[in-house]
Design a protein around this ligand. Structure first.
Ligand code: UD1
Length: 429
């Protein structure tokens, strides 16, 4: 299994191109199931999760072709994917595929809406809590589907098609909001989604669905209205920039010091992390080309942060923030409210010398003067990148094992950080 070797101590200086968002690319690709015409997606990141979803979609009969395979002027530009679900040959998403990535469960929405039936394995994905699917099931039942759980599969049927309704989520949920949006787009009549997720990736999916002919208003607010249409058409759409990737590199720069332009990142998608980074002591300047982040001289300040749905501080940046404040002056508190078991990075950061005390959902981090390189283990996608940025600010060598987690969500991390002066390499194993 590959590892990453990082030698800490260097500042980061230069430009990092921000890729298209994994968490937008996945639902956008799934939206191709809603129409027999071609959906073309630009700026798709080259990631293991995207490759896995391509396999899942081809299992349903989606024809795919890829442009932009060769490196152009900008060697880090994303792919252009053409997806055509002219003929859906299978409405079953099997365990072998769905268990590897939770988001693949989301095919249930478009399959049910278009084909009136879907049989989808209960999901797997990052081991960061129980992550049930009750909100999806309730929402699809609200839209008129009959749903049974049978031998590890969710079996959904709507022989006469889905019917618009009021869907009220008990808790903000990104995945079930995506699925309800896609399902409601082809349902008969109006759907109102209340307590909807407001993440930029929801706004991006809604924008693409509107290009395909869907009638949606209110995406980006807590109440989304969808007026169902009989059919959707093909469209072309570019995936929004990855705010989690941008936030991760911003934290790396705040940790090591330096001056980096996060090319393509915008203030509106980053939101609260910009305020937190400013509180920590970084200087953030939005420019036309992206967001510039600098930290010179002065140390890192401690902060108290709670993870929340957008526009609050994202759970997907919690581990990275913990790495950052492990070297702060003073004591920080980080409360995790989205996933109950998302602290697996704590013991790995401790191996690098971080002083972190966990009490339920709250981590108390007492800043230390220095971290020291060590062997660590990547445990999930975001946790693994927190170890990379901690390694960049640690003395000596850090080896991060099990990097397949990183490849699920961070495109060419060694190249991007290496170009800014980091000593980082992949060791094939
Ligand atoms: C998405 C993101 C993930 C991010 C998360 C929260 C993608 C591919 N993944 O995950 O990176 O960390 O949003 O911002 O976009 N829940 C239930 N029942 C359900 C569904 C969810 O109880 O049926 C709970 C979850 O366990 C969790 C909370 O709701 O506690 C929010 O989860 P959700 O927003 O649905 O996360 P994902 O869509 O899986």
């Amino acid at each position: 299994m590959d590892k990453i070797r990082v030698v800490g101590g260097a500042e980061l200086n230069g430009t990092i191109p921000i890729s298209g968002a994994k968490n937008a690319a996945l639902p956008l690709m799934i939206a191709s199931l809603l129409t027999e015409e071609t959906l073309t997606l630009d700026n798709v990141p080259r990631l293991a999760d995207v490759a896995l979803l391509k396999r899942i979609l081809s299992n349903h009969g989606v024809d795919q072709s890829v442009d932009g395979k060769r490196l152009g002027q900008n060697g880090l530009a994303g792919e252009t994917l053409h997806l055509t679900a002219g003929n859906i040959v299978d409405t079953t998403a099997p365990y072998e595929l769905v268990s590897k990535m939770r988001a693949s469960f989301w095919v249930i929405g478009p399959l049910l809406a278009r084909m009136r039936e879907a049989k989808v394995s209960l999901p797997g994905g990052c081991a960061i809590g129980t992550r049930p699917v009750d909100f999806f099931i309730q929402a699809l039942r609200d839209l008129g589907a009959d749903i049974d759980i049978d031998a590890g599969y969710v079996v959904a049927r709507a022989p006469k098609g889905l019917i618009g309704n009021r869907v009220v989520f008990p808790k903000v949920t990104v995945g079930a909001t995506h699925v309800t949006l896609m399902a409601a787009a082809l349902a008969r009549g109006e759907t109102v989604i209340e307590n909807a997720a407001r993440e930029p990736e929801i706004v991006d999916l809604a924008a693409c669905l509107v290009k395909m002919g869907a009638r949606i208003s209110g995406a980006g607010t807590s109440t989304i209205h969808v007026d169902g249409v009989e059919r959707l058409s093909g469209a072309r759409h570019a995936v929004v920039a990855d705010r989690i990737e941008a936030g991760t590199y911003a934290m790396a720069v705040a940790m090591t010091g330096g001056d980096v332009l996060l090319e393509g990142a915008t203030e509106d998608i980053l939101g609260t992390p910009i305020r937190v980074l400013t509180d920590v002591g970084a200087e953030i300047t939005p420019t036309n080309a992206g967001i510039r982040i600098r930290r010179n001289g002065a140390g890192i300040s401690a902060v108290d942060v709670t993870t929340e749905p957008f526009p609050g501080f994202p759970t997907d940046l919690q581990a990275q923030l913990m790495a950052l404040v492990s070297k702060a002056r003073g004591t920080s508190h980080i409360r995790e409210t989205i996933f109950e078991n998302r602290f697996m990075h704590v013991q790995e950061l401790a191996r690098l010398g971080a002083d972190i005390h966990l009490d339920g959902q709250v981590a108390t981090i007492t800043g230390v003067d220095k971290l020291k390189g060590a062997q660590v283990m990547a445990t999930d996608l975001r946790a693994s990148v927190s170890l990379v940025i901690a390694g960049l600010a640690a003395e000596g060598e850090t080896f991060i094992n099990r990097v397949y987690h990183l490849d699920r969500g961070f495109e060419r991390i060694e190249d991007k950080l290496g170009a800014c002066g980091a000593t980082i390499e992949r060791i094939a194993g």
